[in-house]
Design a protein around this ligand. Structure first.
Ligand code: NDP
Length: 293
C-alpha cells in the first residue's frame, strides 16, 4: 500500500501514519510494534513517560528492519527539563530504545510555571540536532503563547507540534499559527480515543456524521478520521494493541473523502479539550522521575 509521508521544515520525511504507544503496557508493546511494522507502518511514537521505550526498541529489532527504515519519535518528560538534564534524557531514551540516533525528539509539554527550564530543554534539543543525534526536534501541547516565547528565545523553529486533534477538538487557531511558521501539526488521539477512555459522553467512534461517511465508503469511522487528517496535511499516531485494529488504522491510503465530507467533519468541533490544559502543567501535579537506561 502506498505510504504517505510529509516533509518537515528541515527536509526530513515523516511517515504520516505512525503507531502510538501511550498506555500500552510494556508487556504488550513489543508485540504491537512488531505487528505494526509487519503490516507496513514505518513510524513509532513513544515517550520517556510511557515507560515502554525499551520494549519499543525490542519490537523494532524483532521486525528485522534496518534502523534507517523506521522513524523513531520520543518525548522528553518535564522532570528532565534543563540543558544538562535534557541532554542526559536523550541518553536515557536512546539507551532504552537501543538506538544511536532519534528521528524526532520533542518536549512532551510546556512547563509554563518554569518556562526558562522549558527553553533550556529546547536549547539542549538544538544541540542534539547540531550534533547529529536527532534528525528533527519539536514540541507537544504548546499553545500559541508558548510557541511565541519559544520562537523568541531559541533559534530552530520546531519541526512539529504534537497536539490533541480529533473531530471533537480541532484547534483551528493553533493550526493557523503552525502554518504561519512552518510547524507541522501532528495529531494525538487522532481518532478521538480520549473521547472514549477519558470522557463520559458520545465518542467519535459512534458519531452519526462519521458513521454516515464511513458507510458511504465501506470503511470504519477510525479510517475516516485518519483519512481526514491525511487529506488536511497532518500526521497521526493512532494507538491500538489489537492486530486487527493496527492493520485497519493503516489501511487508509486507498480511498478519498470529498470536500463536502471533510467540511462535515470540520463542523464536528466542540472546542472541548479531552486532555489536560497545557497551562496547568506543573512539576507538582505531573512530575515523575524517568528511570535511567
Ligand atoms: P487514539 O485516538 O489513538 O485512540 C486509541 C483508542 O482507541 C484505544 O483505546 C484503542 O483501543 C481504540 N482504537 C484504536 N483503533 C481503533 C479502531 N480502529 N476502532 C475502534 N477503536 C480503536 O488515542 P490515544 O490517546 O491513544 O492517542 C494516540 C497516540 O497519541 C498515543 O498512543 C500517543 O503516542 C500519542 N499521545 C500523545 C499525547 C501527548 O501529550 N503528546 C497524549 C495522548 C496521546 P484498543 O487498544 O483496544 O484497540
Amino acid at each position: 500500500m502506498h505510504q504517505h509521508t510529509v516533509t518537515l521544515n528541515n527536509g526530513v520525511d515523516l511517515p504520516a501514519i505512525g503507531l502510538g504507544v501511550f498506555q500500552t503496557p510494556p508487556e504488550a508493546t513489543t508485540a504491537a510494534v512488531e505487528e505494526a511494522l509487519r503490516v507496513g507502518y514505518r513510524h513509532i511514537d513513544t515517550a520517556a513517560a510511557y515507560l515502554n521505550e525499551r520494549e519499543v526498541g525490542e519490537g523494532i529489532r524483532r521486525s528485522g528492519l534496518g534502523r534507517d527504515e523506521v522513524f523513531v519519535e520520543t518525548k522528553i518528560w518535564i522532570n528532565d527539563y534543563g540543558r544538562d538534564a535534557t541532554l542526559h534524557a536523550f541518553d536515557k531514551s536512546a539507551g532504552k530504545l537501543d538506538v544511536e540516533w532519534l528521528d524526532l525528539l520533542i518536549l512532551h509539554q510546556p512547563l509554563p510555571s518554569a518556562f526558562d527550564r522549558t527553553l533550556d530543554a529546547y536549547r539542549a534539543l538544538e544541540k542534539l540536532l547540531a550534533d547529529g543525534k536527532v534528525r528533527a526536534i519539536g514540541v507537544s501541547n504548546f499553545l500559541p503563547a508558548h510557541l511565541d516565547r519559544l520562537l523568541a528565545g531559541t533559534s530552530v523553529v520546531p519541526a512539529v507540534n504534537q497536539i490533541e486533534l480529533h473531530p471533537y477538538f480541532q484547534q483551528p487557531a493553533l493550526r493557523r499559527v503552525h502554518a504561519e511558521h512552518g510547524i507541522h501539526t501532528q495529531a494525538w488521539s487522532p481518532i478521538g480515543g480520549i473521547t472514549s477512555y477519558r470522557a463520559a459522553g458520545r465518542t467519535t467512534f459512534d458519531d452519526p456524521a462519521l458513521l454516515e461517511i464511513a458507510r458511504a465508503h465501506g470503511r470504519s469511522t477510525a479510517q475516516v478520521m485518519l483519512r481526514w487528517h491525511l487529506q488536511q496535511g497532518r500526521s497521526a499516531i493512532p494507538n491500538s494493541t489489537r492486530p486487527d485494529r493496527i492493520a485497519e488504522n493503516f489501511a487508509v491510503f486507498d480511498f478519498e473523502l470529498t470536500t463536502g465530507e471533510l467540511a462535515a467533519i470540520d463542523a464536528l468541533d466542540t472546542g472541548v479539550r479531552g486532555g489536560p490544559e497545557p497551562d496547568s502543567i506543573t512539576l507538582d501535579a505531573f512530575g515523575r522521575e524517568i528511570p535511567e537506561a
